[in-house]
Design a protein around this ligand. Structure first.
Ligand SMILES: Cc1cc2nc3c(=O)[nH]c(=O)nc-3n(C[C@H](O)[C@H](O)[C@H](O)COP(=O)(O)OP(=O)(O)OC[C@H]3O[C@@H](n4cnc5c(N)ncnc54)[C@H](O)[C@@H]3O)c2cc1C
Length: 472
C-alpha cells in the first residue's frame, strides 16, 4: 500500500528496521514531519529475519527442555513430538501481529510510510522507486538506516535448500536430522542450541580458536562445555574449504584439514554486511569504510551535511537492535538542535539466548588487562542459587570485573558477565552499575529478592566488598 505524502518533509528516513522506525518515532516526537521509506517489511531484519523469529524458536526449544524435565516434578508426559511447521506458523503469526502494531503506531504518530526503494541523491534529496513509479522527496535532514544482510562464503553458496543463511534458516518447515552451523558467533550458537533441543545432531565449525570470540573467555569455555555435554560437536580452528553433493540430498563438507562431514543442512552464519550497494544516486558520495559501512561522528552525522546514519549500516559499531534505537535518538537529538550524549559503546548490553543464556556488558577480563587496568575479578557459580536449583539449572555464573583500589580492595565495576537462566533479564542492575561508574561499595546495600536468580550477582558484589554471606 502506498500512502499519499507531501513531497517535502523535515526528516526522511530510508529503512524501516529498528534504527529507521526508531528514528521516525523520535523525529515525530520532536515535532518533525517525517517520511519513512521501506523497501520490504516494516520492522526490518529484527522483526522478520532476526531477533524475534530466532527468540520464538528458542522459546519453543525451552518448552521442549521443560517437558523433558517434567518427571523431576512428578509430572508424567507421554507422546511428545514437534510439528515444526506449526512452530513456523506460530512464529509468522507473532511477527505479523507485531508488524501490524508497528505500522499502526507509526501512523498514529503521523509518520508517512512510503513503500519503495529509497536512494539518496544528495543532501536533502531522496528518490523512491516502487511499482507505482519513481518520485522525489526533499527534506532538511535524511537519516540512512538500510541495515545489513547476511555475509556469504564463496565455499558455501546459499541455495536455500541444502545451504541456507539465517534468513533461510528462520523459514525452515522442518528440523533436519544433521545440521552443520558454519560460524560460532551469537547467531550460530543460538541456532545450534535450539536445533539440539529440537532433536537435530549439530556440529558447529568456527575458524577462530573459540566459540563466541567477542565474549569473556570464561563464557566461551562454559558454553563449549555445556554444548558438548548436550551432544553438540564444537570444532574450533576449523575452516570449511568446500562442499559437494552426496546421495539422498546430503551435503559433504570438506574441512581445511582434509576431513569430511556429512550433513542434511548447512547454515552459514558468518556475520552481516552493510546494505549500501544501491543506496546512493550516481553522483552521491559519502565517507565509507572498505566494507561499505557508513562512517559517522559521535552525533551520527555522515560526511554529507544534514545526512545521518544509524543502525547496522554504521561502520565499526555493534550490530544490535537496541544500538540502532540508541543511535536513532542521538541522530534526532542532533538534527533537532537538542543534542544527546553520544552512545556509550563501551557499555552496550549484549544478550545471547542460547542455553544456557548469556548476558553481559562492559569490559571482559582480557580487555581490562589489555588496557593496563589493575583489576579484581570475582566469579561465582549459580549452582548454589536456590531459584536455579528449583529450576534444575546448575550451569552458569556471575563474573564481575572491577578496578583494584590502591588499598587492594575492589573498586569501580567495569564489566559484568552473566550465564544461566534468564541471564538477559538480570542485566539491568549490572547495566546501571557499569554505566554510572559505580563502586562495589556503592552497591553493598543492594538487595536481591530471595529466592531469585539475581542473588548470585548480588552475592558476588557483596563478596567483593568483603561482606559476602554465602560466598567469599
Ligand atoms: C538471526 C538474528 C538474530 C538476531 N538477534 C538479535 C537479538 O537478539 N538482539 C539484537 O539486539 N539484535 C539481534 N539481531 C540483530 C538485529 O536484527 C539488527 O541489529 C537490527 O535489525 C538492525 O536494525 P537496522 O534498522 O539497522 O537494520 P534492519 O533491521 O536490517 O532494517 C533495515 C531495513 O531497511 C530496509 N531497506 C534497506 N535498504 C533500503 C532502501 N534503499 N530503501 C528502503 N528500504 C531499505 C530493509 O528492507 C530493512 O527492512 C539479530 C540478527 C539476526 C540475523
Amino acid at each position: 500500500m502506498t500512502e499519499t505524502a507531501p513531497a517535502n518533509f523535515d526528516v526522511v528516513v530510508i529503512g524501516g528496521g529498528p534504527a529507521g522506525y526508531g528514528a521516525a518515532l523520535a523525529a515525530s516526537s520532536a515535532g518533525k514531519s517525517v517520511a519513512l521509506i521501506e523497501a520490504a517489511d516494516l520492522g526490518g531484519t529484527c522483526l522478520h529475519r532476526g531477533c524475534i523469529p530466532a527468540k520464538h524458536f528458542l522459546e519453543a526449544a525451552s518448552v521442549v527442555r521443560s517437558i523433558g524435565d517434567a518427571a523431576r516434578f512428578g509430572i508424567k508426559v507421554t507422546d511428545v513430538s514437534i510439528e515444526f511447521e506449526t512452530t513456523q506458523l506460530a512464529k509468522c503469526s507473532l511477527v505479523d501481529g507485531i508488524a501490524t502494531g508497528l505500522a499502526k503506531l507509526l501512523r498514529t504518530r503521523k509518520v508517512a510510510i512510503i513503500e519503495g526503494h529509497g536512494r539518496l541523491l544528495g543532501p536533502g534529496f531522496v528518490e523512491v522507486t516502487s511499482t507505482n513509479g519513481t518520485r522525489q522527496l526533499s527534506s532538511a535532514s535524511v537519516i540512512l538506516a538500510p541495515g545489513s544482510t547476511p555475509r556469504s562464503l564463496a565455499a558455501l553458496p546459499v541455495d536455500d535448500v541444502h545451504i541456507v543463511n539465517s534468513d533461510g534458516f528462520l523459514n525452515l518447515k522442518e528440523i533436519p536430522a544433521r545440521v552443520a552451523i558454519v560460524g560460532g558467533g551469537a547467531i550460530g550458537c543460538e541456532f545450534a542450541s535450539l536445533l539440539a533441543d529440537l532433536g537435530a545432531t549439530v556440529t558447529i565449525f568456527e575458524g577462530l580458536p573459540r566459540l563466541l570470540a567477542g565474549c569473556d573467555v570464561d563464557v566461551s569455555r562454559l558454553i563449549t562445555r555445556s554444548f558438548t555435554k548436550r551432544g553438540i560437536t564444537v570444532r574450533v580452528d576449523s575452516m570449511v574449504a568446500g562442499h559437494e553433493r552426496g546421495t539422498n540430498g546430503e551435503t559433504i563438507l570438506k574441512l581445511g584439514d582434509g576431513s569430511t562431514v556429512h550433513v542434511d543442512l548447512v547454515v552459514v552464519s558468518v556475520g552481516r554486511a552493510p546494505l549500501t550497494t544501491e543506496l546512493f544516486g550516481p553522483t552521491t558520495e559519502l565517507e565509507m569504510d572498505d566494507q561499505g559501512a557508513i562512517i559517522v561522528d559521535d552525533q551520527q552525522r555522515t560526511s554529507l551535511p544534514g545526512v545521518y546514519a544509524v543502525g547496522d549500516v554504521v561502520a565499526g559499531r555493534p550490530q544490535l537492535a537496541h544500538v540502532g534505537f540508541a543511535e536513532a535518538l542521538v541522530a534526532v537529538g542532533s538534527l533537532a538542535g537538542t543534542p544527546l550524549p553520544p552512545v556509550n559503546y563501551d557499555a552496550i548490553p549484549w544478550a545471547i539466548y542460547c542455553h544456557p543464556e548469556i548476558a553481559y556488558l562492559g569490559l571482559t577480563e582480557a580487555q581490562a588487562q589489555d588496557r593496563g587496568i589493575s583489576v579484581t575479578v570475582k566469579k561465582d557459580p549459580i549452582g548454589g542459587n536456590s531459584r536455579a536449583q528449583i529450576m534444575g539449572e546448575s550451569e552458569g555464573f556471575a563474573k564481575v570485573i572491577c578496578t583494584t583500589n590502591e588499598d587492594g580492595r575492589a573498586g569501580r565495576v567495569l564489566g559484568v558477565h552473566l550465564v544461566g537462566p534468564w541471564a538477559t533479564e538480570q542485566l539491568s542492575g549490572p547495566s546501571l552499575a557499569v554505566n554510572l561508574g559505580l563502586n562495589v561499595n556503592d552497591l553493598d546495600t543492594f538487595l536481591a529478592p530471595h529466592p531469585s536468580l539475581s542473588e548470585t550477582y548480588g552475592e558476588t558484589l557483596l563478596a567483593l566488598t568483603g561482606r559476602g554471606l554465602h560466598v567469599h
